[in-house]
Ligand binder design. Structure first.
Ligand code: ZN
Ligand code: ZN
Length: 397
């Protein structure tokens, strides 16, 4: 997800990423390059480019070597790069390379100049066609000294898993702002007769006014029967008495994504709807507690939510994971989902990880409930970053 903004947060209390932090990020990725015997890693995934270089644009390439960081950008971004460099927002060792025309042709010429023998690439983010073209073109340019291409997956994603002090400061500020938006949304925005689309538009407006550059994803407002769909799209249906309304929204602040869900009741709802809410609230609390336990794992957090819902006979109605990592992307590592053969859930929760806890239950004919907050793992346990009222709330008009 590319951000078109190159600005650093305007909030003066949050300094630009320091040189030491960038170097620490590079060190973590370089350890992978050394282990894989790779001379240079081509990074094309935009959030990874931002993480390593400080540059955020809609196009660009980074080449990270054991001692340098090259940023290839086209003329549209040259001024932005210069401005960011003057503001101290770029990695200290960055060398900017101007691209005139095709990025891939420039990359091949650049690689041919340097004659690295083992070139790493992000297989998860590079199409087969593009990989083939780059390899063939570089072979043609280098002749007999063809380089070896090495798939290096998740090297940057793994480095991004534990947030540094700069990122944590941004998260705290973003979560504080999102909590303010959530409080006002629950209090002022949802009324009988307003459509889901109107409510979603109002939420988006409030996100912008709270200083978010944009929503982190398409805002979800799902009332009554639509609430039974976890990823419902807002409709023109007016909210009516007897509805449960799921409100799921987030924003991008300083490049970082935060994400929150609240569920409210309209008018007097049934005892079955209330029971659904109470069970999900209990699952949410159990998952937060589990995330704060010593030696906690991603699977243990999901177990806590799922087991709680099972005691209420609702685990079959919880069809998604308990949470997902947050950062430059709204869904990133770690994943907190139901354990399976492919997903043992044994990733340990380490200080610096930021993720959501968002159990839900979706029952046809009753409606949906989801409660979502963002948490930070600290050496002491688990800190709730978002903090807006999450208890039962009935809106009477
Ligand atoms: Zn959400
Ligand atoms: Zn989420």
């Amino acid at each position: 997800m590319a951000s078109s903004s190159t600005s650093v947060p305007s909030d003066a209390s949050i300094a630009a990423t320091s040189a030491e932090l960038f170097l620490a990020r590079h060190d973590r990725v370089r350890a992978v390059l050394r282990a894989r015997g790779v001379d240079a890693l081509i990074v094309g995934h935009l959030p990874n480019i931002t993480y390593l270089s400080g540059f955020s644009g809609s196009a660009g390439l980074v080449v990270l070597t054991l001692d340098r960081l090259y940023l290839l950008v086209d003329f549209r971004y040259s001024a932005a790069v210069n401005r960011a460099a003057r503001a101290g927002a770029l990695a200290p060792e960055l060398a900017a390379i101007q691209v005139n025309g095709s990025y891939d042709r420039r990359l091949v010429a650049f690689l041919a100049e340097h004659r690295w023998t083992r070139i790493g690439f992000e297989a998860r983010h590079l199409s087969v066609a593009r990989h083939d073209w780059l390899r063939r073109s570089l072979n043609a340019a280098q002749g007999a000294t063809a380089a070896e291409w090495v798939a290096v997956d998740d090297a940057v994603e793994q480095a991004r898993l534990r947030k540094d002090v700069h990122e944590i400061a941004l998260f705290r500020e973003a979560a504080r702002r999102l909590s303010g938006v959530a409080t006002s949304v629950v209090r002022d925005v949802v009324h009988v007769g307003r459509s889901e689309i109107e409510i979603a538009a109002d939420i988006d407006w409030r996100l912008r006014h709270a200083g978010f550059a944009k929503p982190a994803f398409d805002t979800i407002v799902a009332a009554g029967p639509n609430g039974a769909l976890p990823h419902a799209v807002p409709t023109a249906r007016p909210v009516a008495s007897g509805d449960l309304v799921v409100l799921d929204f987030g924003g991008v602040y300083g490049g970082y994504c935060v994400d929150l869900t609240r569920t409210v009741a309209i008018g007097h709802v049934s005892s079955e709807q209330r029971r659904l809410f109470d069970a999900v609230a209990e699952a949410h609390a159990a998952a937060v507690t589990a995330a704060g336990a010593t030696g906690a794992t991603t699977g243990a957090v999901d177990d806590a939510a799922r087991d709680t819902l099972r005691t209420h006979g609702l685990d079959a109605y919880f069809g998604h994971g308990t949470g997902h990592g947050l950062g430059l992307e709204v869904h990133e590592a770690p994943r907190l989902t139901k354990r399976s053969a492919d997903y043992p859930g044994d990733t340990r929760l380490d200080p610096g990880m930021v993720f959501t806890i968002e159990p839900g239950a979706y029952v046809e004919g009753v409606g949906g409930v989801r409660i979502e907050d963002d948490v930070l793992v600290t050496p002491q346990g688990c800190e709730l970053l978002t903090d807006a009222p999450r208890g039962w709330r009935e809106i009477l008009m």
